[in-house]
Design a binder for this molecule. Structure first.
Ligand SMILES: *Cc1c(COP(=O)(O)O)cnc(C)c1O
Length: 390
């Protein structure tokens, strides 16, 4: 019998999503039309934040977030090693220097103790960062209140890389609310919670930062009469005021994003139900599996990833076993500091034991809204049959 492989994540596209995209294709505007600002307002409203700036990827959002916060050559930027490379690359795009803060093994998020200790050392050596990029790993918020309190003492700006986390909540407020971060970033890549194919968003409560982000995403060019430095030559007039990029989202993408946003609550609910099913089964029947941190009174994950941990000695065999049975498990993440590019900057094995221990034991199981409950049962049964002692 032919069996269909089960991916670790995938998008959910319905007829309403398709109709929304087709409507834009038939309209006058494929880009720079009304859908992008409508999507931005909808995201800002959903998050309860003042400004949202749509871009063509979360990577672009992280880049212009760093630039808007003034990151430049010679500055330090810190992030965590347990993330996708984009969370660190954004600093290097600005000519800044990158360093990492280890994670807490239980959550996969930044370790407050490691951050506190590193800040004390950096203050002594005069190498405090200009920006800290924290990552809401798997969709679960970092301890943003505590982190923000810590970095404020040193006048460090805070970017929340919430690429995994739209639809999650922290102390009853939606992630993206920006109560504790200067800028929060979402990704709309198809494996993430909602999708625009490629796409991202930078969110902020600061009108000054929002203005900079808008300039940076579109060549540094403005036509806004309130922002012009020179007296306009005429109606055609525009000005380039800084060195920006073409990081714009198209209206085709924004229409898809708007339609997907209407489905966000259902998506996260479906993910949460499946995550609960996995955890309940593992807790009662498979003691070899360390289940991920579950939701608490103050933290509701968006459940982008369901990451279990198994003994490092069996991880590769366990991974191959599931792949051989058509379960396309994955691993999040290879620590960024162990990438060859980062090793050439001087980072080495042993630098961040929390992230390295996480990497050695992590396996990401399939989790997405259209994953069937039957498939979850099948995956659990397969795992129950795995020979842990071979
Ligand atoms: C996916 C991801 C990114 C990059 O998102 P793109 O939209 O693909 O550029 C950045 N950071 C994290 C943590 C991610 O998971």
């Amino acid at each position: 019998m032919m069996q269909k492989n089960i991916p670790y994540g995938r998008q959910s596209i319905n007829q309403t999503d398709i109709d929304a995209v087709i409507a834009v294709l038939r309209s006058d505007w494929l880009t720079q039309g009304p859908c992008v600002p409508a999507f931005e307002s909808a995201i800002a409203n959903y998050c309860g934040a003042a400004h949202a700036v749509a871009v063509n990827s979360a990577t672009s959002a992280l880049h212009i977030a760093c630039l808007a916060l003034g990151v430049t050559a010679g500055d330090w930027v810190w992030t965590v090693p347990n993330t996708f490379v984009a969370s660190a690359n954004c600093a290097l795009y600005c000519g800044a220097k990158i360093d990492f803060v280890d994670i807490d093994f239980s959550t996969g998020n930044i370790s407050l103790a490691a951050l506190e200790a590193k800040l004390v050392d950096a203050e002594k050596s005069g190498s405090l960062p200009k920006v800290l990029v924290v990552v809401d790993f798997s969709g679960r918020s970092c301890d943003m209140a505590e982190i923000s309190q810590l970095v404020k003492r040193y006048d460090i700006a805070l970017i929340e890389d919430a690429s995994h986390a739209i639809g999650g909540f922290y102390h009853e407020k939606p992630i993206g609310n920006c109560q504790f971060s200067d800028i929060t970033v979402f990704s709309f890549h198809p494996v993430k919670i909602i999708t625009t194919a490629e796409g991202g968003m930078a969110i902020t409560n600061s009108s000054m930062l929002a203005e900079k982000l808008r300039l940076l995403r579109s060549h540094g060019v403005t036509r806004d009469p309130d922002l012009l430095e020179h007296v306009p030559d005429g109606e055609w007039y525009y000005e380039q005021q800084l060195l920006g990029f073409n990081y714009r989202m198209t209206d085709v993408q924004a229409a898809l994003g708007l339609s997907q946003l209407n489905r966000l609550t259902d998506f996260v609910q479906a993910r949460r139900v499946l995550a609960d099913a996995y955890t309940e089964q593992f807790k009662t029947n498979v003691p070899q599996v360390i289940t991920p941190c579950m939701d608490s009174e103050t933290i509701f994950s968006a459940w982008h990833l369901y990451v279990i941990r198994v003994a490092a000695s069996v991880r590769k065999r366990f991974f191959n076993y599931l792949r051989q049975h058509g379960i396309l498990v994955n691993v999040h993440y290879i620590p960024v500091h162990l990438q060859p590019f980062y090793q050439r900057l001087g980072f080495k094995l042993g630098d961040y034991p929390g992230a390295e221990q996480h990497y050695a034991t992590a396996v990401t199981l399939p989790l997405y809204p259209e994953l069937e409950r039957m498939a979850v049962e099948k995956i659990i049964q397969l795992i129950q049959k795995f020979d842990w002692d071979q």
